[in-house]
Design a binder for this molecule. Structure first.
Ligand SMILES: [Zn+2]
Ligand SMILES: [Zn+2]
Length: 77
């Protein structure tokens, strides 16, 4: 399939969480794990937009992680 950003033919693609484009690894600027199953991906286009970058950085909010952990513990005990 083609990368929607650079039009390169790629086997594996990732989806940017901000513009929802299917992009290749080269177009991915950064990614991080929000929880065990949720991964946040930002492409180079969105990274250059200040608003998206801010949102991306704020997804690291520890509160989200804390809630995830609490839910996990609740299931265990
Ligand atoms: Zn690409
Ligand atoms: Zn994007």
């Amino acid at each position: 399939m083609l990368c929607e950003r650079c039009s390169r033919d790629v086997h594996k693609h990732v989806v940017c969480n901000y513009c929802n484009k299917k992009i290749c690894n080269d177009c991915m600027k950064s990614s991080k794990r929000k929880s065990k199953t949720v991964r946040v991906i930002i492409c180079k286009d969105c990274w250059s937009k200040l608003a998206s970058r801010k949102t991306y950085k704020s997804t690291a909010v520890p509160k989200v992680q804390m809630e995830e952990d609490r839910r996990y513990e609740g299931r265990r005990y």
